[in-house]
Design a binder for this molecule. Structure first.
Ligand SMILES: *Cc1c(COP(=O)(O)O)cnc(C)c1O
Length: 428
């Protein structure tokens, strides 16, 4: 540990709550002092002391091309010279909308916002406005940003409405949110049986990345689609993390399921603040100024942010991009698993596209309960050893990790090498 990060953390805590502008950055889950980053390039980041790390956080997903990608940076520079924000429509926003609708065929119309939270919050309001219903369904362990109706955890029984998971969320809001077990078909059937006609929408991370990485079964996902259709509920895929991260068509492409609405963020902004929600034309036409559901944003469709997004989408749409990204991620996951097995460490890992999960557990988790049962202390020790060795993983056992196209095979191998040393020292 070096002094400059500690100095900055002490100073930050005087004027910023917890010293951070988003809680997970504070290292509360793993303990210790967060690294204040001052520079990033490709697969690497540098902290306030000038220490270099191979980065597996990637700004929590956006940095799919690697940091400060030259094409994206040039697009931002060029756009900035023409003005930072107009509050009037621009041609570039049409390019972005057309591109998103082309890449995700479930999207017939799309609206741009400035964060994932805004996208999910707006999609839920839209689903409620479209159906005239109040109840929404979400799943334990899925994160959809910090809007009031989404900061809700399971109530005492399956068929009771949820409880706030944050202070400041009125019970009167939380009571409209039903929280179910992820990946549990029986619970889903039961809720639709009991309350199907009250449900405005179901929102889901179609591959969960906010409780480490958890993949649902195809059976569960197809059942979800069928029940929403049968009961007139809007199916919202929250692909803020998975969109253009797991593959060129998101999780919807992998499962071959068409959601009614999709929310996007992270990758589509290329590191700038861009979110989006879109889907069925008949639903999207309910938004103002066409319809009665209000939604707006002073900086929505920011010319600079959209330029970054378009420059990113251009590059990830090139042939072979996902093959390379997937190969790099698989190399990491396979290398770590082989090393842990060799040294008898209870560890496994999984991945999809450029996203991965590390689990101090015997098997890949299938549910929130499985994730919670993993060995958090071992993760925390592993995390700090890797950080000291210059490998920056997410500072929590309950977050997914990210590989970028800028991670060379040699980078991945050096990370596997560092992990191998730790597994050797901590195995049987
Ligand atoms: C990150 C994330 C959000 C929230 O996006 P912000 O840009 O942080 O507001 C919503 N849903 C999912 C699945 C996410 O991973």
């Amino acid at each position: 540990m070096t002094s400059r990060n500690e100095e900055l953390f002490t100073r930050a805590q005087r004027t910023i709550p917890g010293g951070v502008n988003s809680p997970v950055r504070a290292f509360r889950s793993v303990g210790g002092t967060p690294r204040f980053l001052k520079k990033a390039s490709g697969a690497r980041v540098w902290d306030a002391d000038g220490k270099e790390y191979l980065d597996y956080v990637g700004s929590w997903g956006p940095a799919i091309l690697g940091h400060a990608d030259p094409v994206v940076v040039e697009a931002v520079r060029a756009a900035a010279l023409d003005g930072l924000s107009f509050g009037a429509p621009t041609e570039r926003e049409i390019d972005m909308a057309e591109r998103l609708c082309e890449l995700l065929p479930s999207m017939e119309m799309v609206r741009l916002v400035s964060s994932g939270t805004e996208a999910t919050m707006s999609a839920i309001r839209l689903a409620r406005g479209f159906t005239g219903r109040d109840a929404i369904v979400k799943f334990e362990g899925c994160y959809h940003g910090h809007a009031d109706s989404l900061l809700v955890k399971a109530g005492s029984g399956l068929l009771t409405f949820g409880n706030p998971s944050s202070a400041g969320v009125p019970d009167d809001f939380a009571k409209h949110t039903l929280v179910l077990d992820y990946n549990n078909p029986a619970a889903l059937e039961e809720i639709f049986q009991a309350r199907g006609s009250e449900i405005a929408c179901v929102i889901i991370e179609p591959i969960a990345g906010n409780m480490n990485l958890v993949k649902p079964s195809a059976e569960f996902m197809h059942l979800l689609r069928r029940l929403c259709t049968e009961h007139g509920a809007v199916l919202i895929f929250d692909e803020v993390m998975t969109g253009f991260r797991v593959g060129p068509r998101g999780v919807q492409g992998l499962f071959g399921i068409t959601p009614d609405l999709t929310t996007l963020g992270k990758v589509i902004g290329g590191g700038m603040p861009v979110g989006a929600f879109g889907g069925r034309r008949d639903i999207m036409q309910k938004i103002a100024p066409l319809g009665a559901v209000y939604q707006a944003g002073t900086l929505s469709g920011s010319p600079v942010a959209v330029a970054a997004g378009l420059a990113s989408l251009d590059q990830i749409s090139k042939p072979g991009f996902y093959e390379l990204l997937t190969a790099r991620t698989t190399r990491l996951v396979d290398g770590l698993k082989a090393s842990a097995a060799k040294h008898g460490v209870g560890f496994t890992a999984d991945s999809v596209g450029g996203m991965f999960g590390l689990y101090f557990a015997q098997a890949v988790p299938q549910s929130y309960a499985d994730v919670m049962a993993s060995d958090k202390d071992s993760f925390n020790r592993f995390f700090h050893a890797m950080l000291d060795a210059g490998h920056y993983f997410a500072p929590s056992a309950f977050e997914a990790g990210f590989v970028s196209a800028a991670h060379a095979e040699a980078d991945i191998d050096s990370t596997i090498g560092a992990a191998d040393a730790w597994f050797a020292a901590n195995g049987r």
